[in-house]
Design a protein around this ligand. Structure first.
Ligand SMILES: [Zn+2]
Length: 303
């Protein structure tokens, strides 16, 4: 079986102001880096339905984004004419990837869409994010596919505060999130454990290297993940822990993302037949982003 890749040109129509880190060029960079990768099951990300967004967000919040005019939503989150459609592709791609992997049509999948999602809280856009894509995908797998346990592993350099918020009271979901700490948004301390001891926060000091990250994952994340024994592993794949990234100060290399992907796929092989769906989150150095995303996808293929 092949690795799936879900993308859509609508994700180019979420426009942020000149100089904004979460820019259209990120999509172009990822797309160019994945273009030469052969052997992928390439599919267009479909639009999600409103009911999908309502798995995690209240109607009033959905309406605010759906009917919103182009505007600055918070200090760093913007909505343009095409943002709602782009965000619906990101969510729709995630759900289609879950459907395809659970149906056995592909062994795993990467969803390369934007805007990202892991900072969006229940009724609050935040940190470039409008809808909590990873949490919605988890709820979709639980509610509609009848899975009993789904895990989300978030290795974006920023705390997955939105995913944590949306899955806080969901004992069937386990979230492991590593983040530079301290760093925006300021949350993600190790003593925050979710409503059902279902959240593992792994704070990493500035300048944490790839070797130190590997130790932390081996000691903390993989044992908890194996013990939880999820039936599906979702990845919030941000590539902004790369040493070249301008928004953070971790010192991971491209090979570290490859290693982490291989290990996560290894755990998935042990607990859930290798079922992994990975979702693009951050990554703001355009070259490092493309290179790391391609390394991530090649590791998914090799799993
Ligand atoms: Zn990030």
């Amino acid at each position: 079986m092949m690795t799936g890749l879900f993308m859509h040109d609508d994700c180019l129509n979420h426009i942020t102001p000149e100089g904004h880190a979460e820019q259209v060029a990120r999509m172009t960079s990822v797309s160019a880096a994945l273009e030469p990768v052969s052997g992928l099951d390439r599919r267009e990300a479909p639009l999600c339905e409103e009911a999908d967004i309502l798995l995690c967000h209240p109607e009033g919040y959905l309406a605010k984004i759906r009917d919103g005019k182009p505007a600055q939503l918070d200090e760093d989150t913007w909505q343009s004419e095409g943002s709602y459609q782009a965000a619906r592709r990101a969510v729709g791609g995630a759900l289609a990837a879950v459907d395809a992997v659970l149906a056995g049509e592909m062994k795993n999948a990467f969803v390369a869409c934007r805007p990202p999602g892991h900072h969006a809280e229940t009724a609050k856009p935040m940190g470039f994010c409008l809808f909590g894509t990873a949490a919605i995908a988890a709820k979709h797998a639980l509610e509609r596919h009848g899975l009993s346990r789904v895990a989300v592993v978030d290795f974006d350099v920023h705390h997955g505060n939105g995913t944590q918020d949306l899955l806080w009271d969901e004992p069937r979901a386990f979230l492991a999130t590593s983040q530079q700490f301290p760093l925006w948004p300021g949350t993600g301390a190790a003593d925050v454990k979710g409503g059902h001891d279902n959240v593992l926060n792994v704070p990493l000091a500035p300048k944490t290297t790839g070797a130190e990250m590997r130790e932390a994952y081996e000691a903390q994340v993989f044992p908890r993940l194996e013990a939880f024994a999820p039936e599906l592993i979702l990845i919030s794949a941000g590539f902004d822990a790369h040493r070249a990234d301008p928004l953070a100060q971790l010192e991971w290399e491209t090979e570290d993302f490859m290693w982490l992907t291989e290990r996560l796929c290894g755990v998935a092989e042990t607990v859930c037949g290798g079922r992994v769906v990975s979702l693009l989150e951050g990554g703001y150095d355009l070259d490092a982003l493309g290179e790391s995303a391609a390394a991530h996808v090649r590791a998914l293929q090799a799993a």
